[in-house]
Ligand binder design. Sequence first.
Ligand code: NAD
Ligand code: UDP
Length: 431
Amino acid sequence: MSSSSVKDAQTLDKNGQEIKSVGFQRFGFDCEVSLDSLRSLYLRSHYVVSASESQVQELDAKEEGHGHLTQGPNAYQSKSIFHPETQSISYTTLSRFAPVKLLPPSSRKRILVTGGAGFVGSHLVDRLMLLGHEVTVLDNFFTGSKTTVSHWVGHPNFELVRHDVVEPFMIECDQIYHLACPASPPHYQFNAVKTIKTSFMGTLNMLGLAKRTKARFLISSTSEVYGDPEVHPQPEDYWGHVNPIGPRACYDEGKRVAETLTYGFHNQDGVDVRVARIFNTYGPRMNPHDGRVVSNFIVQALRGEDMTVYGDGKQTRSFQYIHDLIDGLIALMNSDESRPVNIGNGDEFTIGEFAELVREIVEKVQAEDGVKLERRVQIVYKPIPTDDPQKRRPDTTRAKNSLQWQPRWSVRMGLEEMVRYYKAKMSEGSM
Ligand code: NAD
Ligand code: UDP
């Protein structure tokens, strides 16, 4: 299949319906944007379905002011050109930004996103920017990168600040999404003490800011608060099973104390809080070297290297696509639900099965792009890391009832898009 026929491939949701937009209208906050506008910010143009000029004019007539593209997606991408002979890369910055919704001042929010240059943060920033809000990103670039948000630098609604959340920060804002914290086991274990400091002091500082500004505060907590769970699937009222001194404790206990702190400010000081317990999420812009399973498997399969399954591969995880997570985070922020809410996809795989699925999807995408594989990549087994949870699957009843939120993306659809994203990064030399 040529790249032009890739354009014709539809993106279908779990029920076989075509996905044309993400987000939805909830709690008076419209968060819907077209999938094409969003994709144009992270996927190379030949994989993005582009509207013809006449279609665009038709759309313009119908949906005045909505954040869709008015030029081909190519016009909204920064360019990087790799020069193999000198092993160098040249960048061009954008002179034009993707169109953002023009909101009346009464609906425009000033939103702070800590960790906004990371994987989850950068997708949240894209969505909030396209929706027309004013966004400030606070990041120390430990695991994030300026390149994830560089397409917004210079936009009047956007500000990027290099700052470590363990230090206090002053700003006027209406909503705080507090995401800053390394999330992959190799990264959060790299400096365990710093991870605990980030979780505790970073959350303390951001809650202090929320208290002063009366901003609503959302923290990205994690399924790791359930540790190696003895209850399956995990509902929010399960207290967890965490080793407090193991190698994962800096993250697990850090997030647990961050939640305790959050409810401390809520109960003592009336801070308006939201707690999202995020389950394994994957998608474009995941740092390919951060050691998490989805990025490891895709990169290994694309490079023709052995895929490394840790342990016997019988441990399970359930994987959620990034756009579903962003829908859930925005819905939670704007809802009245102040209890913790699990946000994840219930499709559970053993890691062994998952390796096979990734290999099959990489082979499919390569075949569609006309790439002939020299050999089938092998799946090899390596020792399992200490305290690796044996099973994990969210009970998302609360998210369904309180937010009317359910994941839409099948794991397969999300993986196909992520494979295309990494392929494009490899071919442009930036990975
Ligand atoms: P990421 O590592 O890609 O992003 C984290 C961002 O925080 C990076 O940009 C990093 O530079 C920044 N950061 C780290 N320490 C900081 C500090 N002290 N000061 C300022 N910035 C700092 O990880 P991610 O996957 O995007 O995760 C984002 C949030 O979501 C984290 O809080 C994580 O715990 C949570 N989460 C993610 C997942 C997932 O599967 N991706 C699952 C559960 C929870
Ligand atoms: N894993 C694996 N191979 C890898 C990376 C991870 O088999 O190359 C396993 C890991 O041991 C765990 C699961 O995949 O059982 C998910 O790991 P990840 O680091 O992505 O997230 P977490 O353990 O925090 O859920």
